[in-house]
Write a new protein. Structure first.
Length: 223
């Protein structure tokens, strides 16, 4: 009985609490965006894009909802048990998701990605997920962009008030009544002739630069 209650709380109740919490953060915080013009210009072409973000700043993916209201976002979520909570949270936000990763459920993830791209929908992925190493880009994101010819839009976010979990990725949780800043970067296009390892390093550097930049701008506003 205890096990049943634990499963119910983790996979059913916890995502709802998480949704309430992040909605409270949204309505009580001063949220600003940077790079919106470039994002809208890219989206205006009517093609799929890949939103890329570090796993410890996964809250940044929620920022995309404002600018993709008429196009579904498909967040790649692992098939590990902790992914159940993330999937439930996305359900409450009305964001679609695809279960699977390179380590587990890769075929299911591939099918979901192919279907999303065929429908001109967007992909959102943490290139260092689901288990790290922290802030090291795996090959999947670059390979998808290269194979299907769709741009990668690196995104990041930071909050003036936050807690940092003791997880492998040092996950950042924004607190209510924060100043939150999101940055959408220039799109990265991967050509069929490009070297995958070089592109991985380029994306890695860009995401690290964005993380540092959002942190600096938030800290500057606090002074």
């Amino acid at each position: 009985m205890k096990r049943v209650l634990k499963i119910f709380f983790l996979y059913k109740f916890a995502p709802f609490i998480g949704w309430l919490y992040f909605r409270f953060v949204e309505v009580t915080s001063n949220i600003t965006f940077e790079g919106v013009d470039v994002l809208l210009e890219t989206l205006a072409k009517g093609e799929s894009v890949i939103y890329a973000f570090w796993h410890n700043r996964i809250f940044a993916v929620l920022s995309t909802r404002r600018y993709t209201k008429n196009r579904r976002i498909n967040v790649i979520i692992s098939q590990h048990k902790d992914g159940e909570i993330g999937a439930g949270l996305m359900d409450h936000f009305g964001v679609n998701y695809v279960r699977g990763s390179g380590r587990r459920g890769g075929i299911n993830a591939a099918k979901g990605i192919i279907k999303a791209i065929a429908n001109n929908e967007h992909i959102a992925v943490a290139p260092d997920g689901p288990r790290g190493p922290k802030q090291v880009v795996g090959g999947g994101t670059i390979e998808i962009a290269k194979k299907y010819g769709i741009p990668i839009i690196p995104i990041s976010g930071s909050a003036s008030r936050r807690i940092i979990l003791k997880s492998w990725d040092r996950c950042i949780i924004p607190l209510p009544f924060s100043r939150i800043h999101f940055i959408f970067s220039e799109p990265i296009f991967v050509k069929t002739t490009d070297n995958v390892e070089e592109c991985k390093k380029m994306l890695e550097n860009k995401l690290n630069d964005l993380a540092d930049e959002t942190d600096r701008k938030i800290m500057r506003r606090r002074q």
